[in-house]
Design a protein around this ligand. Structure first.
Ligand code: GDP
Length: 614
């Protein structure tokens, strides 16, 4: 199911009404118009219009004492708690915007009777040279319904074929890297993964990687045992190897469908397509073609004559020529839509791919597409996104182990997702087994993928797409993967000692890793006079202005609001007596540990660190 917003909030100005000027707008020189929100909306919708991760929206709500999940409906007042925190002014749309209202009970807020079955979106994965491209090509050339237009000639990132009277959409970029890259950007497009395994070669490292990527995405797998025409084909060996990788095919007592095929002779391909339809049927893929489109950009390129061209996969609603579009930081109007057979079309239905002409700039693969009410509204959304990108740019995006655990405790993630890389198979197994034994009442470890060898870009994408962390044991990281991890904010934690690794993860699970402390101010005092003490020490004669002074307490010295130093109170006196505490309104003498350079008028602030509840 996609979580895209079906439409965008209605803008007052876009409707030809004058926006109400808010107080302070003129004085502050801010001419930006308020963000118009419906009276009720889902958390996901709010996250979408703010261009924030839904987790960050949920966190803000929690800070305000509101527990909500991503599909929950919140009202305008509650939403403003979040928008205020992000520094965004809002106003309420005059009418409830029905399309913005989505709840988990009725999928995407649609009426049951509006929902129709949509075609499945299928990706092909597997080891290099096992025949992914050949399989996609065979299917493309043999199952095109619209023969008049000469079949699928151009590459546009996805195409649709007819099998048994119903369409199936294939993503035309084989391999799990592309699949996970789109997922890493927060979009879900794929419904089924076809795992291609060459019958003569068997399971290879990238086969395992593909299995793990599909499993992490919780996408059902259909196995295609390819190259059955070769004399060395041994499908039974492949099935056994699959079982060793926790993928039990039907012959082996499991529920994974496996089909013997040959991309060369075409053997078994109809059978494969039929089975894909079957899995799609079980998955009950529904969409509402009556509403405005939402979708995911799967490819974008700049054409010298026609300008930016983006391929979108419509995930819900119907995309039509003339629609105002927003995807990532690009907006535009659908000047023309072209289907996978190179034919101009008026509209694209749910599950269909289409090329869009009319974007002003290039969106990126993985960007979510939404339809705006007008050009102005589309531009306003982009403006807000740019501002919010700028304001979040300076913040670290790194999803550290701790951050991941935070998410666990937010109730959003029940598993701590890890990608595990090591120098040798032996350590991998040992680490994996120890990790999987660690169970906390709230969370457990889920090892998404293990592999021998350096951390690769694919590992980073997988961790990113699953909000996970990478553990590398006695092994380095490929430079390109390091850069990608930086960019995507994925933490790679290197270890050389197994028990340290296990300890850290255990601590993380118990929410005790690198605890977060917040500071609590205990009291403040002003330095009124300075006395000379013994052996050159200076005594600050103070008046406690609020709270209390505490002997041995942590103290900060500030001068005109500026921090001078931070130390502890080594002596606290009331007249001649050494005391433990002095309360507000009293006078006392204070000696600071290792610091004499205070002046009259300086402030002392006693504070303590308190472990923050996560
Ligand atoms: P990819 O790397 O997984 O996309 O693999 P390709 O589709 O490029 O195929 C790799 C090689 O295997 C090519 O030389 C193909 O011609 C060959 N190949 C693919 N499928 C079959 C098949 O079913 N039978 C035979 N005999 N060769 C195949």
């Amino acid at each position: 199911m996609t979580t895209d917003a079906g439409t965008v909030a209605v803008d007052e100005q876009a409707r030809g009404q004058r926006p109400r000027r808010e107080r302070g707008e003129r004085r502050s020189g801010q001419q930006t118009r308020p963000l118009v929100l419906p009276s009720t909306m889902t958390v996901q919708y709010l996250a979408d219009v703010l261009n924030q991760h839904h987790i960050d929206v949920i966190k803000q709500l929690m800070r305000n004492g509101i527990m909500a999940n991503v599909n929950q409906l919140i009202d305008y007042q509650v939403a403003t708690l979040v928008t205020t925190a992000f520094g965004i002014r809002t106003s309420m749309a005059p009418e409830p915007d029905a399309a913005a209202v989505r709840s988990a009970d009725s999928p995407d807020g649609d009426n049951e009777e509006d929902l129709v079955t949509r075609p499945p979106v299928v990706v092909v994965m597997g080891h290099v040279d096992h025949g992914k491209t050949s399989l996609l090509d065979y299917i493309k050339n043999s199952h095109v319904a619209d023969r008049e237009v000469g079949g699928i000639t151009q590459h546009m990132g996805a195409y649709q074929v007819e099998a048994g009277g119903s369409p199936i959409t294939f993503i035309d970029t084989p391999g799990h890297a592309a699949f996970t890259a789109i997922r890493a950007r927060g979009a879900r497009v794929t419904d089924i993964a076809v795992l291609v395994v060459a019958a003569d070669d068997g399971i290879m490292p990238q086969t395992i990687e593909a299995i793990n990527h599909a499993k992490a995405a919780e996408v059902p797998i259909v196995v295609a045992i390819n190259k059955m025409d070769l004399p060395g084909a041994d499908p039974e060996r492949v099935k056994r190897q699959l079982s060793e990788n926790e993928l039990l095919v039907e012959d082996w007592g499991g529920d994974i469908i496996s089909v013997n095929v040959s991309a060369r002779t075409g053997e078994g391909i109809d059978d494969l397509l039929e089975n894909l339809q079957l899995v799609a049927e079980i998955s009950e893929l529904k969409a509402n073609p009556e509403k405005q489109a939402s979708g995911v950009i799967i490819e974008a390129k700049l054409d010298r004559k026609r300008g930016p061209i983006a391929t979108v996969l419509v995930t819900d609603g119907t995309l039509s020529v003339g629609d105002y579009l927003v995807a990532g930081n690009a907006s535009g109007r659908a000047r023309a839509l072209i289907n996978d057979k190179g034919k101009n079309i008026e509209s694209a239905a749910p599950g269909a791919p289409a090329e869009i002409l009319g974007f002003g700039s290039l969106p990126e693969a993985g960007d979510r597409l939404i339809v705006a009410a007008s050009d102005r509204e589309a531009k306003a959304i982009i403006g807000r996104r740019e501002r919010s990108n700028r304001s979040t740019l300076s913040q670290s995006r790194a999803l550290s182990l701790e951050e991941v655990v935070n998410r666990v405790e937010l109730g959003d993630v029940k598993e701590l997702n890890l990608v595990l890389k090591a120098d040798v198979q032996g350590s991998l197994e040992a680490i994996r087994q120890s990790l999987e034994r660690l169970v906390d009442e709230d969370a457990k470890v889920r090892v998404l993928h293990t592999g021998v060898g350096a951390v690769t870009e694919s590992d980073v994408l997988l961790a990113s797409a699953s909000d996970g962390v990478i553990i590398s044991f006695s092994i380095g990281t490929e430079p390109s993967a390091d850069r990608l991890a930086d960019r995507m904010g994925v933490e790679i934690r290197p270890y050389n000692i197994i028990y340290q690794l296990i300890d850290d993860i255990e601590l993380a699970l118990h929410g005790m890793l690198e605890p977060v402390f917040t500071e609590v101010v205990v009291g403040r005092a002003e330095i009124r006079e300075i006395f000379g003490g013994r052996r050159g020490t200076q005594i600050a004669g103070c008046r406690v202005t609020d709270g209390r002074m505490v002997r041995n307490g942590n103290v900060r010295v500030t001068r005109e609001g500026e921090n001078i130093t931070q130390t502890t109170i080594s002596s606290l006196r009331h007249f001649r007596d050494e005391v433990n505490e002095m309360n507000a309104g009293t006078e006392c003498g204070i000696i600071l540990q290792g610091f004499n350079d205070f002046q009259t008028g300086d402030m002392l602030e006693v504070f303590r660190q308190e472990r923050a509840r996560r």
